[in-house]
Design a protein around this ligand. Structure first.
Ligand SMILES: Nc1ncnc2c1ncn2[C@@H]1O[C@H](COP(=O)(O)OP(=O)(O)OP(=O)(O)O)[C@@H](O)[C@H]1O
Ligand SMILES: [Mg+2]
Length: 323
C-alpha cells in the first residue's frame, strides 16, 4: 500500500470477502492491485479475478483461467508437458485404492494437488517404498480432502525463476546444505514457516543470481518464460524448478500470484538482484497492467468500429447510419 501511495495513487484496501462484488458495484476504481488468494473452494485464487472480469474492473496480474489452472498442479503439468517443458513424472491419487503406476521410480514425493506455501509437504512426504507412499497419500486425503499428487523426487539444486513483463529475472537458488540438523533438504512447510531458525536447522542460504554456468542460466530462464506463457500468465510469475544433476531443469509448478512481501517473499529477492527497488517493482506491475488494458481497449474499439466500406458510386453516405 505504501509503495502505491508513494507513487501518488489513492489506495483503498478491499478484503476478498463475500461483500467484494457489492463493493465494486458501489465504488469506481481505475485498477485493482490483486494479491487475493481468494474466498474458498478448489478454485479460490481465480475467484477475485473472475468477479473483477465479470464487472469489467481492470486488475494486475493473471486472469481467472490462469489462476485456476496454476492452483491445480496436475492440470498445469499436463499443459507444461504438452508444450515440451520438462516436469517430474507424476500420477494423481484421487482415492486410496488407485494402483501405483509401475513406471514411476522411487523416491517419490506426495503432496496435495491444490495447495500452496508447501502445505502438506513434510520430511515424510518423500517416500522410498509403496507402504510409505500409501501412508502419505492417506494423510493428504484425510487432512486436505483432495487428490494427492505423487511425483518423482528430483534430487538436485532448488531454483525459483521470476518473470516480469516479458523479462526473466536473475534466478534465485535456495541451498539447503546448511540444514543438516533438520535433514530437510527441500522447501517443506516447516522450512517456509520457520525459515532462519537455526535451532530447528531450517537455515537455507539464498544465492541470487544462482551459482550456475551461463548456459544453464539461459536454459532455466528460457524454461521460466515458456512456462509463464504456457499457462497464460501476464505481468509476473514465479516458476519453481529443480535442476537435475544432468542439467535438466524440471518445472515443479508456476505461481502466477507470487508473494511480494519485501521481508520474506522470494520474488522481491530476484527483482532486488535486478536492481529494481520494492517501490519500482510495484509501480512496474501497475504500469504493465495499465498498458495491457490500454492495448485491449484499443483492440476493442478497432474490433467494434470497422473502417467504413468504400461506397459504390451513387449511394448516399447517409444510408450507412441505418439501422
Ligand atoms: N518433484 C519434486 N522433486 C523435488 N522436490 C520437490 C518436488 N516437488 C516438490 N518439491 C519440494 O517441495 C517444495 C514445494 O513444492 P511445490 O512448489 O510443488 O509446492 P507449493 O506448496 O505449491 O509451493 P509454493 O509455496 O511455492 O506455492 C518445492 O519447492 C521443493 O523443494
Ligand atoms: Mg512452490
Amino acid at each position: 500500500m505504501d509503495a502505491l501511495r508513494a507513487a501518488g495513487h489513492t489506495v483503498h484496501l478491499v478484503e476478498a470477502t463475500d461483500e467484494l462484488p457489492h463493493w465494486f458495484l458501489t465504488h469506481r476504481v481505475d485498477l485493482v492491485f490483486n494479491i487475493a488468494e481468494g474466498l474458498h473452494g478448489e478454485h479460490r485464487e481465480s475467484q477475485v479475478p473472475a468477479i473483477l472480469e465479470s464487472l469489467g474492473v481492470p486488475f494486475t496480474g493473471s486472469g481467472s483461467i490462469t489462476l485456476a489452472l496454476a492452483l491445480d498442479k496436475a492440470k498445469a503439468k499436463q499443459i507444461l508437458s504438452s508444450e515440451g517443458i520438462p516436469t517430474p513424472r507424476w500420477q494423481l491419487f484421487p482415492n486410496a485404492r488407485t494402483p501405483l503406476n509401475p513406471q514411476l521410480e522411487f523416491p517419490l514425493i506426495v503432496k496435495p494437488n491444490r495447495e500452496g506455501s508447501s502445505k502438506g509437504i513434510w520430511r515424510e512426504s518423500v517416500v522410498g517404498d509403496e507402504a510409505a507412499l500409501r501412508r502419505q497419500v492417506a494423510a493428504v486425503h484425510a487432512r486436505y480432502h483432495q487428490e494427492a499428487l505423487v511425483e518423482e523426487f528430483i534430487d538436485g539444486v532448488e531454483l525459483t525463476a521470476g518473470v516480469i513483463g516479458e523479462e526473466a529475472l536473475p534466478i534465485l537458488e535456495i541451498d539447503f546444505a546448511p540444514c543438516q540438523a533438520s535433514a530437510e533438504f527441500f522447501y517443506s512447510w516447516r522450512m517456509k514457516e520457520f525459515q532462519g531458525n537455526a535451532a530447528m536447522g531450517l537455515v537455507p542460504t539464498l544465492h541470487c543470481p544462482a551459482r550456475l554456468p551461463a548456459s544453464t542460466v539461459a536454459a532455466v530462464r528460457g524454461i521460466a518464460r515458456r512456462a509463464h506463457r504456457a499457462l497464460g500468465c501476464v505481468d509476473l510469475s514465479r516458476t519453481d524448478i529443480r535442476l537435475r544433476a544432468d542439467g535438466t531443469p524440471f518445472v515443479l509448478e508456476v505461481n502466477p500470484l507470487p508473494g511480494l512481501s519485501p521481508w520474506d517473499s522470494n520474488f522481491p529477492v530476484m527483482t532486488a538482484a535486478a536492481g529494481i527497488s520494492h517501490e519500482a517493482l510495484i509501480q512496474r506491475i501497475v504500469a504493465l497492467a495499465m498498458g495491457r488494458y490500454a492495448q485491449y481497449a484499443r483492440r476493442v474499439v478497432r474490433a467494434t468500429v470497422p473502417p467504413p466500406e468504400p461506397l459504390p458510386a451513387g449511394v448516399l453516405a447517409a444510408s450507412q447510419a441505418a439501422p
